[in-house]
Design a protein around this ligand. Structure first.
Ligand SMILES: NC(=O)C1=CN([C@@H]2O[C@H](COP(=O)(O)OP(=O)(O)OC[C@H]3O[C@@H](n4cnc5c(N)ncnc54)[C@H](OP(=O)(O)O)[C@@H]3O)[C@@H](O)[C@H]2O)[C@@H](O)CC1
Ligand SMILES: Nc1ncnc2c1ncn2[C@@H]1O[C@H](COP(=O)(O)OP(=O)(O)O)[C@@H](O)[C@H]1O
Ligand SMILES: [K+]
Length: 480
């Protein structure tokens, strides 16, 4: 599991460690790791032209000490001090002792730079960059210099991934001790470039603030049939989806459920002919969901249209896990969801989440973490928020957010969300907890999309068809 911790926790761990170490030792560890990554990026340090953007806090101190190390190895290092009287004094002395200098002509130095180290703000930054910093950062944009951010791209919010104003766009971010949630969550994630973690010995609590499943975690969660299995034990998924207008949504949700390892899929709704034509394996039911026979989870909503309200109400009343997506979300009553005893999983995209919260879509996209938490609290449910970074949270406000590390922007295509809902429904039916079912589904879905796409446009039914390949990939790690 890749984990990330919020600033408050990082600072507490830092205090504890600093109390046991000689003064300045922690910053030296950080600077040594930072200088090593810069050397790696540059290839050749001797003769390289490096500019340090130095803010008034310890983030600037890290940049100065790393600059001193690089100057000792033969780089020409110039520091641009945003607040000369408040720059880290020991770091500046170290830089000078190593042959580095304060830039007399900052803009000239930036134009000639091979590498710029962004040490304006790290975890102490708040709000977008201030105007003097913005001006400097803009001056780097027209150059070929590699931008390396120290700990975080300056201007992004470490705890949430929000970007309020202008921020540094890094090619590489060298972060210390642990990932911060903002390095995993868009829009900030997009500003960070490739992230390199430098261990500095922080001891962090067992529960993280954000976590991302890795191959091995997913492999451990995937349900696999054994000799005792039959189709009911593997899990039967009920799918209530599709309408005369959107029969395809039913087909795609069923595809996701079948490819997600369900023992059987029961389909209830007006698109039975289309479903059977594509997937003769489906058990179709004419009539209300309550009479469809045994199911271990329900998926309700894709392509349902307004006429599905009665079916939705019936499914919500069932005492098994229920996943609500798309049109189902619009018709959903929060109080009824909160009163359920079996788990509920909601899977909105940003537009649907915005409608449920009564805010603009842009607000959800700018503040994904706050939005997904607000929905989980409002409905007392597990919520998967789709998009460029898919997030999953459980109903408990203290539980870590799961950030999905797979996927591709090619997934932004009609119907791919329907496949995801069926897939997550199959994992719920197999008995996974809603947080695991949702995050494993997002992981597999993103991996399948990469398999199907390989850099070219992909359509939703191909994502479903690529699920077995993604599944095999993940199972393969258990053989290593
Ligand atoms: N924790 C650890 O384990 C370790 C931490 N280490 C390092 O310390 C860093 C944290 O240092 P920190 O606490 O000094 O804060 P930092 O990020 O330098 O920012 C504060 C300064 O920025 C300024 N400022 C604020 N907002 C701004 C804005 N929008 N635009 C412009 N300026 C803005 C603010 O100015 P002020 O508001 O005071 O005027 C203040 O001067 C951490 O990220 C890591 O690099 C490592 O060395 C070792 C291990
Ligand atoms: N920019 C993006 N980058 C990566 N994945 C994306 C992006 N935009 C959308 N997705 C993914 O594509 C899928 C689209 O789902 P959804 O919006 O529900 O589509 P539909 O309703 O047409 O099925 C989701 O899995 C979502 O996470
Ligand atoms: K920085």
């Amino acid at each position: 599991m890749r984990t990330a911790y919020c600033v408050e926790t990082v600072r507490a761990a830092e205090r504890e460690l600093m109390a046991r170490l000689p003064e300045g030792a922690l910053m030296q560890r950080a600077a040594a790791g930072l200088a090593a990554v810069c050397a790696d990026v540059l290839g050749r340090v001797t003769g390289a032209r490096i500019v340090l953007l130095v803010g008034s806090g310890d983030n600037g101190g890290d940049a100065l000490y790393a600059g001193a190390r690089l100057a000792r190895r033969g780089a020409g290092v110039r520091a641009v001090l945003l607040a000369p009287d408040r720059a880290h004094s020991a770091g500046l002395a170290a830089l000078r002792a190593a042959g580095g200098r304060v830039a007399e002509d900052p803009y000239g130095a930036l134009r000639a730079a091979d590498l710029v180290l962004d040490g304006i703000t790290g975890i102490g930054g708040h709000g977008g960059l201030r105007p003097d910093a913005v001006e400097l950062v803009r001056a780097t944009l027209g150059t070929d210099a590699v931008m390396v951010a120290v700990d975080l791209p300056s201007g992004v919010e470490a705890d949430t991934g929000e970007v309020r104003g202008e921020a540094v766009r890094a090619d590489v971010t060298v972060t210390f001790g642990t990932y911060k949630p903002g390095l995993l969550i868009d829009p900030a994630r997009d500003y960070a470039g490739a992230v390199r973690l430098v261990e500095i010995g922080l001891e962090l609590p067992p529960t993280a603030d954000a976590e991302a499943l890795q191959y091995r975690d997913v492999a451990g969660l995937l349900p696999v049939p054994d000799a005792e299995s039959d189709k009911y034990r593997r899990g039967v998924v009920g799918v209530v989806a599709g309408s005369a207008r959107y029969p395809g949504a039913a087909v795609l949700a069923v595809a996701g459920a079948l490819r997600g390892g369900a023992g059987a899929v029961r389909y209830v709704g007006p698109a039975a002919d289309a479903v059977i034509a594509r997937f003769p394996e489906t058990l179709v039911h004419q009539g209300p969901p309550g009479k469809a026979g045994r199911v271990q989870s329900w998926v309700v909503g894709p392509g349902l249209g307004d006429s599905g309200r009665d079916f939705l109400d019936e499914v919500i009343a069932e005492d098994v896990p229920v996943l609500v997506d798309a049109d189902g979300l619009r018709l959903l009553d929060a109080a009824r969801v909160r009163s359920r005893t079996a788990p509920t999983l909601l899977t909105p995209h940003a537009g649907e989440a915005a409608a449920l919260l009564g805010v603009a879509r842009e607000q959800v996209e700018a503040a994904r973490l706050a939005s997904v938490r607000a929905l989980a609290e409002k409905y007392g449910a597990t919520v998967l928020l789709k998009g460029s970074t898919t997030l999953v949270v459980g109903p408990h406000p203290e539980s870590p957010v799961r950030v999905n590390p797979t996927g591709t922007p090619w997934l932004a295509t009609a119907g791919s969300g329907d496949v995801l809902s069926g897939l997550a429904g199959a994992l719920l039916a197999a008995g996974l907890e809603p947080l695991d079912a949702a995050s494993v589904a997002a992981y597999l879905h993103g991996l399948a999309a990469r398999h199907a796409s390989r850099g070219a446009p992909v359509i939703a039914s191909e994502v479903a068809a690529a699920l077995p390949a993604a599944w095999r990939d993940i199972r393969d790690v258990l053989r290593d």
